[in-house]
Design a protein around this ligand. Structure first.
Ligand code: EPU
Length: 416
């Protein structure tokens, strides 16, 4: 990916549907007893991977990108996801909860996804066991089986987005009531609950730390549009600020962006919003700020990387504390090659703002690291070459096209 920096982003752009909601809602269609239609899905590689997985399980999937996906789960007899398919995306682990809920048995390999530190799934497995499943993990293969899933109390030791979603998936068709304590509160958890409830599931409390689920035997077909992508919205907001531009992001949910908006305001960026749009304007020097990543509604770890790229040119010293993942600061070593002044101690980055970054060759190591490098490239003097840009395609639909429509000079060339 080639970016010629220094062009202020100007104009309006529409945000796509949420990646992290899509990757939960698509497996959830397996719980339905009739066909379901999902709208507003982002056209990203993680969605294609899930289409392949559902088809391999025997479901009929009709996918028209940027229009709809209809899944008829009735012919799906499969219950095993291959190693290759499990490795294609992190969210392949949602097939464990969805298949357990559908047919009381599931086999999935430990998932792939971004290399941002250890990402255990012990809490997911503990939740399945609480619902009565026998869970075995051998050679990276996880098998879960139950004669019947029975609702129960599930207490999470850590707040986990994936664990909360997986237990919800398994519990919606279990016999009796399940209560999840210390649940994650991210917007896509609420969206998944709304999707399942639109099929007739009985889920209350999503968006709080206690979620109550009354198991149902049959779920009916539905048509549902997923929420806009919180992290794409945030990345576009940061890009607008980074280029001292003036951008209106349409089709977003401004309240999901409160933690980021507060930090941008603290930096001296102007952020205003209306019902479903946010305008970000910036024309002066940014001030350094400190960031500590936290579970929702705190500052999201997924925006830490693009935000820390922006802070490399803010006046003063910014301190970034990454509390969710142990290895999510690698992008800063790449941006240091462009002239950023960064010290990394354990999970903390100390950034002394510099006046300018300078373009050069750099390499993306994961999805949001890739987004951070794009921000750095947009700010830098000269041309930035980002290698391994395929990571970015996991989570951002048409990123070049969207940024180009706002005035960025960005393109992609095939590598050797
Ligand atoms: N954790 C455990 N045990 C578990 C599960 C999690 O110790 O059983 C720990 C993890 O190691 C981590 C923390 O709990 O330190 C939070 O992990 P969580 O389960 O919440 O994350 P996740 O479900 O693996 C999702 C998103 C991530 C996002 C995090 C946090 C999806 C597919 N992924 O991951 O998104 O960073 O929640 O919000 O929804 C991304 O989009 O770039 C991305 C990585």
């Amino acid at each position: 990916m080639l970016i010629t920096g220094g062009n202020p982003l100007m104009g309006e752009v529409r945000v796509s549907g949420g990646k992290n909601t899509a990757v939960a809602v698509i497996p959830a269609t397996l719980l339905c007893d009739e066909p379901c239609t999902i709208e507003n899905l982002p056209d990203i590689s993680d969605v294609y991977a899930l289409v392949d997985i559902l088809r391999a399980l025997g479901a009929r999937v009709d996918y028209v990108p940027n229009a709809f996906m209809t899944v008829d789960p009735r012919p799906a007899e499969g219950w095993q996801v291959s190693y290759d398919d499990s490795q294609r995306l992190r969210a392949s682990y949602y097939l464990l909860g969805a298949l357990l809920g559908r047919r009381n048995e599931a086999e999935v390999y430990l998932p792939g996804g971004c290399a941002i530190g250890a990402r255990p799934i012990d809490q997911h497995l503990k939740g399945f066991a609480a619902l009565g499943a026998e869970v075995e993990q051998l050679g990276g293969r996880i098998t879960a089986r139950a004669d019947a899933l029975v609702g129960s109390d599930v207490f999470f030791d850590v707040v986990t987005v994936g664990g909360t979603i997986n237990v919800m998936l398994a519990a919606v068709k279990a016999q009796g009531n399940t209560t999840i304590y210390n649940a994650a509160k991210e917007p896509h958890i609420v969206d998944l609950a709304n999707f399942l409830n639109s099929m007739g599931a009985k889920i209350k409390g999503a968006g709080t730390d206690v979620i109550r689920i009354r198991g149902q035997q049959v779920l009916h077909g539905t048509t549902y549009a997923v929420i806009p992508d919180q992290i794409e919205t945030g990345t576009l907001m940061i890009a607008a600020a980074a280029t001292h531009g003036d951008v209106v992001i349409n089709g977003c949910i401004p309240t999901h962006m409160d933690a980021l908006a507060a930090k941008l305001l603290e930096m001296g960026v102007r952020v205003t919003d209306s019902d479903d749009a946010i305008r970000v304007r910036s024309n002066g020097q940014h001030r350094a700020v400190n960031i500590k990543t936290q579970v929702y509604p705190g500052f999201p770890t997924d925006l830490q990387q693009p935000m820390s790229a922006l802070l490399t040119t803010a006046k003063g010293t910014s301190i970034i504390q990454e509390t969710i993942y142990e290895s999510r600061l690698k992008h800063l070593s790449e941006i240091s090659r462009m002239g950023a002044q960064v010290r990394i101690v354990d999970r903390t980055a100390i950034i002394d703002g510099v006046t300018d970054l300078y373009g050069g060759p750099i390499t993306a190591t994961d999805l949001r690291a890739g987004a951070a490098l794009v921000i750095a490239g947009l700010m830098a003097k000269g041309v930035t070459e980002i290698y391994e840009p395929h990571y970015i395609d996991r989570g951002y639909e048409n990123i070049e096209q969207k940024l180009r429509s706002l005035g960025a000079v960005i393109s992609r060339e095939k590598g050797e």
